[in-house]
Structures are given as C-alpha cells and as structure tokens.
Ligand binder design. Structure first.
Ligand SMILES: [Zn+2]
Length: 384
C-alpha cells in the first residue's frame, strides 16, 4: 500500500526506496537497507575495503549480517508506521460514518417506496448494524440487529445472513460479559452455518466454536469449553495454515482452559505454541505477544516458580508500556500481579509497595475508585 506520509519518509540512499527492516549501518554511520548493502558488497569485486556510497569513507568489508542494525532509525520507522495506521483508521472511520449517514437516508426512501416491513428495509437495517459494528458502536449495532432479526428469521432465503448476525449479536453479548445470552446466540448460529456450508470444516464454524469455547470458559464450564476449543483448533488446522494467527488464538484459549483446570504443564505447552505463532506473524513487540507472556507468567506464578513468573511478567510489561502506554489497565493489572507476587510469595514488601502504588491511580481512574480500599489495605500492610 502506498504511504500516506510519503513526503516525510527517509529513503535508502542506494535503492531510493523507503527504509525497511532490517537496516545495516556502515562504520561512518550511513544506513542502508539490508538488501541494498548486500548487493553493494556483491559488486565490490572482492576488495578488502568498501567505500560508503554517501560519504566515500572506506571501511573493511564484512559479511552483510555483521553490520549493525540502526535500531534508532528502525524505531523511528515503527513510530511512522503507527502514525500512518492511525491516520488510515481515522480515514476509514470517517468513510464508514459517511456510509451510515447515506444509509439512514436510503432507509427513509425505502420505507416510502416499499413500506416499513419490506425486505429492502430489513436489509438496509442489517447493513446499518454492520457499519456501526465496524466502528465499535456496539449499542447502536445491537439495536439494528434486534430490529431486523425477527423479520429475517421469517424468510427462508436468509439463513446465512441470520447465522452471521446471530454470531455478531452473540459476540456483542460476550463483550458485555453476558455469557448466557451470548451462548444462546452461538448455539442458534452453529447448526445454521453447518447446514449452509454443508460441512463443519469452514473458517466461520471454527470461529463460532472458538466463541463458544471462550463463553463456556468464562462460565467455568471447563470441560465443555475444552471440547469446543479443540473442535475449533481441529477445523482451523484443516482449513488454515498451521502458522495462522487464528490457530494461535485457539492454542491460547486452550491454554486458558487448562490453566483454569490447574493443568499447568498443558497450559504452558499451549501458551508457548500460541506465543511462537504470534511472534512469527505479528512481530516480537506486538500486544498479543505481551498477552502470551502475561498468561505464561500467571501459570508460573500458580506453580510457585517465581523467578520465571517475574521474568515473563516483565517481558509483557515492557511491551505493554511501550505499545499501550504506562497508564493502560493492562499495565496496572501486571503491576498488581507483581505486587501480589512480591508481597505474598517473596515477602519483598518494599518492592510490593512500589507496584501497588503504581497500580492504584490507574485502577482508580478505570474502575471509579472501586479498588481504592483494596489497594489502601495492601499499601498499609506493606508499609508494615
Ligand atoms: Zn558514509
């Protein structure tokens, strides 16, 4: 995709293309793309020294992999990428908002032309719901779905759309922690999807089993959760690449369920499978990687392996602070975990105190002071 901020983008002096990772820096400090420097070295006629194409300073030739990467510049590139992603998302949200406006107009016209209860109007309402869903306005999306579903359910030719909408409604309930309701919708959607596709081996069915597994895990129906998660995994391994992030999602939830069942070695096995894929597909600094580290730390914590737990909590924390910001609730959650571990298990009250004091203001803000009394008590205790 073309860069939105092209004019500001520094380019590799050899290829004149934008910098991309990994970069390689010559001793003079001038930095090139790995591939550019590699071809420069290939064309150096076996000389013992190489002239920098920018400043002509000569230095001893090394293997291309031995030139250091310019991590400062690579970090700049990451910032630039994030800035572009943000702009792209804002533009997309704007496009969707404009589509919503025109759909609201369209709906009025359709009501006039075909009547309130026509299938044209129903389709339009579902479309509106999907648009609201895309910009995370879940209450409005839900209102549309609830309005359209009873009409949809009456028409036989809309089975696929109804099933898809059930899944969306279920997923919204799941977000709101209304697990009995979400389960109800997933259970309605599943047989319709299987009938529609003529097989269970379809990505959508894999997704529905994952959602059902997660809902059951939150209801602490562990065995049922495991059954659904395993079905989801089996389908995904069949229809997707084994290194696909969706496969990792399945591994991850299976890890959660094993951890709930206190089968810690199994939990670690699955968490690590998920972690490998996340690192491979999303990069080592992705928030999903941090989430995996946190999950692994929790298991080590439960196994009383405190050194390992500390190591993994800190790995996750570094990424979360960097990517989500130092005041994010997940950062606070890790501070609290580190506080508890230091207080209860290591009896390191001074360190525990520091973590509680860092966690408290973030919790105060995100949970309206609900946890203040808890933190005050822990802080008093650790002060001795
Ligand atoms: Zn140079």
């Amino acid at each position: 995709m073309a860069s939105l901020l092209n004019e500001n983008q520094p380019t590799d002096p050899i290829s004149l293309l934008p910098y991309k990772k990994p970069t390689r820096a010559l001793p003079c400090g001038h930095t090139f793309n790995h591939s550019s420097l590699a071809s420069l070295l290939d064309n150096n006629n076996g000389d013992a020294t190489l002239a920098c194409p920018v400043c002509r300073k000569r230095s001893h030739v090394r293997d291309v992999n031995e030139y250091p990467r310019n991590y400062g510049m690579e970090q700049q590139m990451d910032f630039q990428q994030e800035k572009e992603d943000k702009i792209r998302k804002e533009k997309m949200d704007l496009v969707i908002k404009m589509k919503i406006e025109s759909n609201e107009e369209k709906k009025k016209l359709l009501v006039k032309a075909y009547g309130e209860n026509s299938s044209e109007v129903t389709d339009c309402i579902i479309e509106l719901g999907n648009l609201y869903h895309d910009i995370a306005e879940y209450d409005k999306a839900m209102k549309c779905y609830k309005e359209a579903l009873p009409r949809y359910e009456k028409s036989d030719d809309k089975i696929a759309d109804v099933a898809r909408t059930y899944c969306k409604v279920g997923a919204i309930y799941e977000r709101q922690s209304e697990y009995d309701k979400s389960m109800e919708y997933f259970e309605k959607a599943l047989p319709m999807q299987v009938k529609e596709f003529g097989t269970e081996e379809h990505v959508d069915v894999g997704k529905t089993y994952e959602l059902m597994g997660w809902t059951c895990s939150q209801l602490r129906k562990d065995d049922q959760a495991m059954e659904y998660c395993m079905k989801s995994l089996k389908i995904r391994l069949k229809v997707l690449d084994e290194g696909h992030v969706d496969v990792a999602e399945s591994y991850d939830i299976i890890g959660v369920v094993y951890a709930y069942k206190a089968e810690y070695d199994k939990a670690l096995e699955y968490y690590n499978k998920a972690l490998d894929i996340f690192i491979n597909k999303l990069g080592k600094d992705h928030t999903d990687v941090a989430m995996s580290y946190n999950n692994i730390a929790n298991v080590y914590d439960s196994q009383n392996k405190y050194d390992e737990a500390l190591e993994y909590y800190n790995k996750g924390l570094d990424i979360d602070i960097n990517k989500l910001g130092k005041d994010h609730t997940r950062v606070a959650q890790t501070y609290m975990n580190l506080g508890k571990l230091n207080e209860e298990n290591l009896h390191n009250y001074k360190v525990a105190l520091e973590y509680y004091q860092k966690a408290k203001p973030i919790y105060t803000k995100s949970h309206n002071g609900q946890y203040d009394a808890y933190f005050d008590e822990r802080i008093q205790f650790c002060k001795g």
